[in-house]
Design a protein around this ligand. Structure first.
Ligand code: FES
Length: 103
């Protein structure tokens, strides 16, 4: 299972979690990650995160995520934490929330 590290932000301290394959949002909720959510449905974009390390441990973005990231000019470096999906297997994913960082 991948280890997911959420860097500290103005919304909370850094945390890490051992996450199973599946929705990144569940790992965020379980770890009380310093990532902000609102719609949780690829509509608002507030949950944008930069994948600092370990992009290969995430499934490619789906259509809804791609559409919003494109509209926000956030491709290719950002993902939506409410939509991204972790792949199974060992590895490290390091994420940085961009809200409040001008991202
Ligand atoms: S919480 Fe709104 S797009 Fe992710």
């Amino acid at each position: 299972m991948p280890t997911v590290v959420f860097e500290a932000s103005e919304f909370g301290p850094a945390v890490s979690a051992e996450a199973g394959a599946g929705r990144l949002i569940d790992a965020c909720d379980d770890a009380r990650a310093p990532v902000v959510f609102s719609c949780r449905d690829a509509r608002c974009g507030i949950c944008r995160v930069e994948v600092v390390e370990g992009e290969q441990h995430l499934e490619p973005p789906g259509r809804g995520e791609l559409d919003l990231l494109e509209r926000l000019g956030a491709l290719p470096r950002l993902r939506l934490a409410c939509q991204a999906v972790l792949r199974a297997g060992p590895g490290l994913v390091r994420l940085r929330g961009v809200i409040g960082r001008g991202g």
